[in-house]
Design a protein around this ligand. Structure first.
Ligand SMILES: Cc1cc2nc3c(=O)[nH]c(=O)nc-3n(C[C@H](O)[C@H](O)[C@H](O)COP(=O)(O)O)c2cc1C
Length: 381
């Protein structure tokens, strides 16, 4: 294949280079995957306003998210098991993000640990927190994120119980992978991936193994989530977290106006309009379709970010135009990572930046910070 030009090209390459169970883990949504599909499809319904004969020189994508400078308003979303898309995946993606100048968010359920990522980066990254029943463990995670110099805590609110993703069950997904004939075959047909994995010692959940007590079945994500994640998590727990963290706080997984107002009431710095990439409540609306309503509901009481379905720089521009101060990409960087390691993540970011830059110019704008609803010709939401 010639050099990938789109996120779809990176996806096709990742499919060939990553064992099926891990590629499928990224490319899946809950149940019928209708929300997963809607996240992408609903961007296509928004049309841009073409402007001509306006000065297009000196363009800038530079912006800010929660007061931090970003090269473009795109962060890497927290994704579990990233070190299974490519050996040491979280460390490579964090380095690529740092060099590009965008935030990297490390998942609680990562393969490389907070300390691993801190050891290869020079600037602060963000840490995503899943709240488990064992509050002592959560306190220790918060302390470790502080010690590593993380500059934001992203609290995920939409996964206290796990949405069912059929592909993961059918594939018998686990980390480290099992060694049944089916799994051995899936890995053996991806020799480059195997070579990378043979060279690293990081094959399990780096933030948890050796840190949490009473972890009986960590390899099975669904069993472990059911056992450990706290289904009683409530808005009052956000105050508990805030008290301990004290730094910038982002609440992830808001898809409803009422919840958005509650998130603003907590005094958090930002909320992320998100349905977990269509991986939790199948049948929920797409993120982009809810964005304008949520922006209207909270006004400027809290910064509004968005993730879900972004596959191009055009999508980022549309989200910014509809009021998102920042966006996140999950699968686009995972596909880059699976396809080409760190270079693939860089490529994913460059593809998105270039598409955003050209689109912005053709809409008659030169600075992403000035992009607003005036660049939209038609929007169903
Ligand atoms: C493979 C995968 C793993 C994910 N793991 C996490 C996670 O550990 N924590 C979390 O808050 N969100 C997780 N998410 C959700 C992402 O943070 C983000 O909301 C979603 O990927 C955005 O949609 P997109 O992939 O279409 O960009 C995961 C998403 C994917 C695709």
């Amino acid at each position: 294949m010639s050099k990938p030009l789109t996120i779809a090209d990176l996806k096709a390459l990742a499919r060939r280079r990553v064992p099926k169970m891990f590629f499928d883990y990224a490319d899946s949504g809950a149940w019928t995957e209708s929300t997963y599909r809607a996240n992408e499809a609903d961007f296509a319904g928004i049309k841009l306003r073409q402007r001509v004969l306006v000065d297009m020189t000196d363009r800038s994508l530079k912006s800010e998210m929660i007061g931090q400078k970003v090269a473009m308003p795109v962060a890497l979303a927290p994704t579990g098991l990233t070190g299974m898309q490519h050996a040491d995946g979280e460390m490579l993606a964090a380095k690529a993000a740092e060099e590009f100048g965008v935030p990297f968010t490390l998942s609680t359920m990562s393969i490389c640990s907070i300390e691993d990522v801190a050891s290869v980066t020079t600037k602060p990254f963000w840490f995503q927190l899943y709240v488990m029943k064992d509050r002592a463990f959560i306190e220790s995670l918060i302390e470790r994120a502080k010690k590593a110099g993380c500059s934001a805590l992203v609290v995920t609110a939409d996964l206290q119980i796990l949405g069912q993703r059929h592909k993961d069950l059918r594939n018998g997904l686990s980390a480290p992978p099992k060694f049944t004939p089916k799994h051995i075959w899936q890995m053996a047909t991806r020799p480059q991936w195997c070579l990378g994995m043979a060279r690293t010692k990081r094959h399990g959940f780096g933030n948890i193994v050796g840190h949490a007590t009473n972890v009986s079945d960590l390899s099975s994500l669904s069993a472990w989530t059911a056992e450990q994640f706290d289904p009683r998590l409530s808005w009052s727990d956000v105050a508990w977290i805030k008290e301990r963290w004290k730094g910038k706080l982002i609440i992830k997984g808001i898809l409803d106006e009422e919840d958005a107002r509650a998130a603003a009431d907590t005094g958090a710095d930002a909320l992320i309009v998100s349905n977990h990439g269509g991986r939790q409540l199948d049948g929920a609306p797409s993120s982009i379709s809810m964005l304008p309503k949520i922006v209207e509901a909270v006004g400027d009481r809290i910064e509004v970010h968005l993730d879900g379905g972004i596959r191009s720089g055009q999508d980022v521009l549309k989200a910014v135009a509809l009021g998102a101060k920042g966006t996140y990409i999950g699968r686009p960087f995972l596909y880059g990572l699976g396809a080409m390691g760190k270079e693939g993540v860089e490529l994913a970011l460059n593809i998105i930046a270039k598409e955003m830059d050209i689109t912005m110019a053709l809409c008659g704008k030169r600075d992403i910070r000035t992009v607003d609803r005036s660049v939209i010709a038609h929007c169903p939401y």
